[in-house]
Design a binder for this molecule. Structure first.
Ligand SMILES: Nc1ncnc2c1ncn2[C@@H]1O[C@H](COP(=O)(O)OP(=O)(O)OP(=O)(O)O)[C@@H](O)[C@H]1O
Ligand SMILES: [Mg+2]
Length: 943
């Protein structure tokens, strides 16, 4: 696989990983020639790696440092703001820079996340040839933004997806978006840190929506698209500011990656992300998927890319689960952003978003699941009901809900831990965390059983129906206590605690043989060993032997002290003298010097050392046993790792079940805290929300001691489209957004902020809200607005929910009015969907046949299913006014824009002119340009 280039998120290719520039390379080659003739193995291997990974920053491990050399060192020093220096290598002076091991995370974050560079990690491995030690250096992994495994800067609350987008290079047809729109595009995305792997058949038409929903950190495209800058896929990726890499599809890509009978074959996850719905990874009877060629290509692209980057950490991949278009509410790209579902537009982070408002999950993986669910609510009545039933179950048992949430706090991110093992990583601390998590799963199961028993005693006639959904969930939780017991047995409690609590100690440090801890272990006793001796017979024997030898050493030491009248005598080892007898007080040497078995080997002013064969033999046996123990401990860890890997599917499944439990418990907690109710979901086109509230605005108001005014919205087949008018700042946009958010929450399985709610399933949610230009891509605010409107009018179905806020405001009144009118007509007659339409164009009412005297004001003729609502302000004297925020039937022809302008602090002089102008315009609906200019001149001349 060859990497061709990477485009930086915003502009050109220049910021992304790229081969070393030609001139630099030339200079470097010269140095190479000079150095390779000198044949310093370290320099040769570094140069070799630089050539093999020209698109990467190469970091080479040298002892306790990571270093960069040659011309690349100049760049690395600048990027990391570290000192650039030089060193002499085989007669050549070259650049170099480096940083200590402990700063690796910090610098990786800068290189990978901030500068979007790829980093090739070259590690050193000690080798022994003919008794001499040397270091083999090889690149073990290339780290890119989309292939993070366990880096400290990996966001635990979000998935870190790498997405392959496969589109044929020859789909370009300069003319037809209609034709192109249907072109099939294969998507395959994987979060390598959790193992979540999905695929989907998309199209140019839906690619943008999929991109925003999946939210990948890095996108891989087939290299053939690199030479096609105007390819529609590239245009979309560029507009979405995606970080793109190009790679070659492997030659065998036409073949399906694994056949359908393969045990790792993927499953159709069409129905849901819901564990109660998903097929079992291990179930051979589960239906397998036949992938489309486009999906296969995307799958192959992502796999080849991972092979090339994960290198020694490449896991065995399952086939992806397929995400279908059915079963999910489709929320288009603008809407996910505009409704601030995952991120707030103003802050860019989660704060102020729907996710942050409704998140009550206690585990990080639960939060990730919640984020996915909110961007992709269900359209399956069965699934929604199952989730709601569980929420209702916990809602009715607040104490039980609290105990379970407390138990979940002990749960670690098991999905990520298991993935680390599958990737050949993961150490004792991960094993311990996994053991604790399995224990916590057991506590959860126990809590459920206890609660049921207790409830059955209290209310004997209680229907077991109530418990059906929690039982269904619990029954899928695999019993894995045997692994936990093995882990428990392996790690002695007192050691586990101290090791796991030692901050900054990497897993490898805990098991690496020959480290300081182990070397000194035999000297001071053997309490520092990691694995419990009882774990295996071999360990038991070795520990017994070691204990024996150590006792012998102790006895011998005492005996020698006594025999030679030398209390400062100790039996020691050191790199310089090997096994030796040490006298701390030289004056005690008298007797010792006379003994033949003690040969003096060194002395200082106050101390003296002797060689003694007996001690030498015993010491050697201690060292041998200690080394054998190190190996046996490593083997034990390896054994446990393999056991974890064998149970990976069940561990992952349990983790996913508990994630779902966490989200559901969170919904119950949320409902309690924010007074949400269970909505009824129906298979029709209704929407009735009594006294609905906007969850985020309500929370915002609450924090400033204000109260949200609820509103009732009822859409029926006879009242499908509501036109909402009213003053500025009177709550129109808020109502629109809350209507959409309530539908999302309801179909996610959550309760909703209202007194009651009945909602007909929404298949697609569209919004045209907010105003944002996109000047970079040559689109004005009005153009963006029209493009979004066009997409809604093309795609909305009778099951869809559309919210439109002030469509047509960005142009002249007449043009805007005409567009707004036509849009309403289209929504009503073609899309026939449920829609809320907020506007300041009160003229629309007359255009659709609104008559004042009706009790329930509606349009007439073709517009008979249009209903009118409005908000208002009340003058409360002293130039002050109050918003009621309460919607009423009818129309409001006054926008009170000047009041808002006054509130916003427009200079009084300006307000006076505006007010007089408004009077003038109001009186003279037929006002002419002449009159307007008269107003204009009158004020300008008098002020
Ligand atoms: N139902 C409500 N109860 C309490 N406060 C509300 C309510 N609705 C809106 N608000 C407050 O009023 C502010 C303005 O609301 P919103 O943006 O919905 O008004 P608008 O009618 O769309 O105004 P404009 O016509 O200028 O767009 C909100 O930010 C919120 O603080
Ligand atoms: Mg508004």
């Amino acid at each position: 696989m060859i990497f061709l280039a990477v485009k930086s998120p915003s502009t050109s290719l220049k910021d992304g990983p790229k081969p070393v520039k030609k001139a630099r390379k030339k200079r470097q080659t010269k140095v190479v020639a000079a150095i390779t003739t000198g044949a310093s193995p370290a320099a040769v291997s570094i140069l070799d790696n630089l050539n093999k990974f020209p698109h990467c920053i190469l970091l080479t491990r040298v002892g306790q440092f990571y270093e960069s050399y040659f011309e690349q060192a100049v760049e690395v020093a600048a990027l990391l703001d570290i000192k650039l220096t030089t060193r002499k290598w085989d007669g050549q002076r070259i650049h170099m820079c480096g940083f200590p091991l402990m700063h690796l995370d910090k610098h990786m974050k800068t290189l990978i996340q901030h500068h979007k560079r790829f980093v090739a990690m070259c590690e050193e491995f000690p080798k022994f040839v003919a008794g001499a030690r040397y270091f083999e250096r090889r690149v073990v992994r290339v780290i890119t933004p989309g292939t993070l495994i366990d880096e400290s800067f990996l966001n635990p609350y979000e998935n870190n997806y790498l997405l392959a987008v496969h589109s044929d290079a020859d789909v370009i047809d300069a003319n037809g978006i209609g034709v192109l729109g249907q072109k099939k595009i294969g998507l395959a995305w994987i979060d390598i840190s959790t193992g979540d792997f999905l695929s989907k058949l998309s199209s140019l038409d839906t690619l943008r929506d999929d991109l925003v929903r999946i939210n990948p950190r890095e996108i891989v495209l087939d290299h053939r698209l690199q030479g096609l800058p105007s390819h529609p896929v590239r245009t979309i990726l560029e507009e979405e500011d995606s970080f793109v890499t190009y790679a070659h599809l492997p030659a065998t890509s036409k073949e399906p990656p694994l056949d359908e009978d393969h045990p790792n074959a993927g499953h159709d996850a069409t129905a849901s992300d819901d564990i109660t719905e998903q097929t079992d990874d291990n179930n051979p009877t589960a239906p397998t998927i036949s992938y489309t060629p486009q999906e296969e290509n995307a799958f192959n692209l992502v796999t080849a890319y991972l092979h090339a980057n994960l290198l020694e950490n490449m896991p065995t991949l399952n086939l992806p689960n397929r995400e279908g278009n059915d079963g999910r509410m489709r929320i288009d790209a603008h809407t996910i952003k505009a409704l601030e579902i995952r991120e707030s537009m103003k802050e860019g982070g989660v704060k102020g978003s729907l996710l942050s408002t409704v998140k009550r999950t206690v585990t990080t993986s639960g939060s990730r699941l919640l984020g996915r669910w909110l961007c992709s609510p269900s359209t399956s009545l069965h699934e929604i009901n199952a989730r709601q039933t569980l929420v209702a179950f916990f809602h009715a048992r607040p104490h039980f809900c609290t105990s379970l949430r407390v138990a979940l706090k002990d749960i670690e991110d098991a999905g990520r831990i298991v993935q680390r093992f599958l990737l050949g990583k993961g150490g004792p601390n991960d094993l311990l965390a996994l053991g604790n998590t399995i224990k916590a799963w057991g506590s959860v199961r126990q809590l459920v059983e206890d609660e049921r028993r207790f409830e059955m005693q209290e209310v004997p006639h209680l229907s077991s129906q109530d418990w059906a959904s929690i039982d269904a969930l619990m029954s899928r939780l695999s019993e894995l206590s045997s692994i936990q017991q093995r882990i428990d047995l392996a790690f002695r409690k007192e050691i586990s605690d101290s090791e796991s609590g030692s901050e900054g100690a990497s897993d490898e440090e805990l098991v690496e043989p020959g480290d300081a801890r182990n070397r000194t272990a035999w000297k001071f006793g053997h309490d520092k060993w990691l694995i419990n001796p009882a774990f295996s017979e071999e360990l038991t024997t070795l520990h017994e032997n070691l204990k024996n030898f150590l006792q012998q050493r102790e006895q011998k030491e005492l005996e020698l002290q006594r025999r030679f009248n030398a209390p400062s005598l100790t039996l020691r080892t050191s790199p310089a003298y090997g096994m030796h007898v040490h006298l701390a007080k030289k004056r005690e040497q008298g007797e010792l010097n006379k003994a033949e078995a003690f040969i003096s080997i060194a002395e200082s002013g106050t101390t003296k050392s002797y060689f003694n064969q007996e001690w030498s033999h015993l010491g050697a046996r201690i060292v041998e046993t200690a080394q054998a123990l190190e190996i046996a401990e490593r083997d034990a860890c390896e054994l446990l790792r393999n056991e974890v890997n064998e149970h990976a599917p069940q561990l992952r499944r349990n983790a996913r079940i508990v994630d779902e439990l966490d989200v559901t418990l969170g919904f119950a907690q949320l409902a309690k805290e924010m007074n949400f109710v269970r909505p009824k979901i129906r298979d029709d086109h209704s929407y009735y929300v009594e006294n609905g509230r906007h969850p985020t605005v309500e929370l915002g108001l609450l924090t400033s001691g204000r109260v949200f005014t609820p509103n009732t919205t009822q859409m029926t087949p006879q009242s499908r489209l509501h036109i909402i008018t009213g003053p500025n700042m009177a709550g129109k946009s808020t109502l629109l957004r809350q209507t959409a958010l309530i539908a999302i929450l309801a179909q996610t399985g959550s309760f909703v902020p209202a007194d009651s709610a009945t909602i007909g399933l929404v298949d697609q949610l569209f919004s045209r809200v907010g105003a944002k230009d996109d000047l970079f891509h040559g689109r004005s605010t009005f153009m963006v607005e029209m493009m979004e409107t066009a997409e809604i009018l093309r795609k909305a179905t009778p099951r869809s929910l559309v919210i439109m806020d002030e469509v047509g405001r960005g142009t002249t009144v007449k043009d805007g009015l005409a567009i707004a009118f036509a849009t309403i007509h289209h929504l009503l007659t073609v899309n026939r969907c449920r829609a809320l339409f907020a506007t300041h164009f009160h003229e629309l009412a007359d255009m659709v046949g609104y008559t004042e005297q009706q009790e329930n004001p509606a349009g007439s003729g073709v517009f008979k299913d249009v209903t009118f609502f409005h908000s208002d302000v009340q003058d409360i004297g002293d130039d002050r006014f109050a918003y009621s925020y309460r919607l009423k039937p009818g129309i409001n022809r006054d926008s009170h824009g000047l009041k808002v302008a006054q509130l916003a602090g427009l200079p009084s002089k300006c307000l006076t002119i505006a007010s007089a102008t408004l009077d003038c315009l109001k009186h003279g609906e037929k006002s002419t340009r002449q009159e307007e200019s008269m107003v204009h001149s009158e004020f300008w001349t008098t002020t």
